[in-house]
Design a protein around this ligand. Structure first.
Ligand SMILES: *Cc1c(COP(=O)(O)O)cnc(C)c1O
Length: 226
């Protein structure tokens, strides 16, 4: 919605929350069952503080280094912040990621699952974890192929004793998102997973209508990134 570009971020946040509310009501779902993950990547603390002031507490970042530069101080000021990693994780950053984030949405290969499991044990921290599914089977995109998801989730659960909360996807930019969201919801149902992270600024209402429990919205709140 281009109108958001003209809004200050707090008004834009309220607008997004209202749209989530409406989409949930239309789908006969509870608004409380949909968590807005405000994606603050590329925006500095000065831009994030007003959004915190408006009561938003769940945020998403896609890079560990960038998040490390701004979130420790913000977390000191607002201890109830919940920080989601929504970008690919390298295994050599697993320690830093487990220390800083509360949720990792991008568990996308055995090596990362092993590294995160080891770090959670070592640090005595329990993060919420999502498996990223490459619903469009795009070669350049991270994520587990849909056909490999059952074995991967079973491996995390049985071999690594990792609790997987749900699934996450980023549909191909050129596709209609609805079939991807529907596929993710169907897969989560079959795997007995209750959480679904899907939907961004352009399509979060569609995602809510198809069962998203987490929508990741950046530019519709903070404005278009440079
Ligand atoms: C940047 C990003 C978003 C937010 O995208 P917008 O279109 O700005 O809402 C959501 N999910 C992921 C994984 C991202 O990297």
């Amino acid at each position: 919605m281009s109108e958001n570009h003209m809004m200050d971020p707090v008004t834009a946040l309220e607008n997004v929350l209202q749209r989530i509310d409406r989409a949930a009501a239309e789908a006969r779902r509870q608004t409380a069952d949909v968590t807005l993950v405000a994606v603050s990547k590329t925006y500095e603390a000065a831009h994030i503080l007003p959004i915190l002031g408006a009561g938003q507490r769940v945020f998403g970042e896609n890079r560990v280094q960038e998040a490390k530069a701004k979130w420790p101080e913000l977390k000191r000021q607002f201890p109830d912040i919940v920080l989601h990693l929504i970008g690919p994780l390298q295994s050599n950053k697993a320690g830093e990621a487990v220390a800083l984030f509360d949720c990792i949405e991008t568990i996308d290969r055995p090596k990362i699952a092993v590294a995160v499991a080891a770090e959670m044990a070592k640090q005595g921290r329990k993060l919420e974890l999502f498996v990223q599914i490459n619903t469009g089977e795009e070669p350049q995109k991270a994520g587990i192929a849909p056909k490999d998801a059952p074995a991967f989730v079973a491996y995390c659960r049985d071999e690594l004793k990792l609790a997987i909360a749900g699934l996450m996807c980023i549909p191909p930019a050129e596709d209609m998102p609805a079939p991807h969201f529907a596929l993710l919801a169907k897969m989560a149902g079959e795997l007995g997973l209750s959480k679904l992270s899907m939907g961004m600024s352009a399509d979060f209402e569609c995602a809510v209508s198809l069962g998203a429990t987490h929508v990741r919205v950046g530019s519709a709140i903070f404005g278009v990134r440079q």
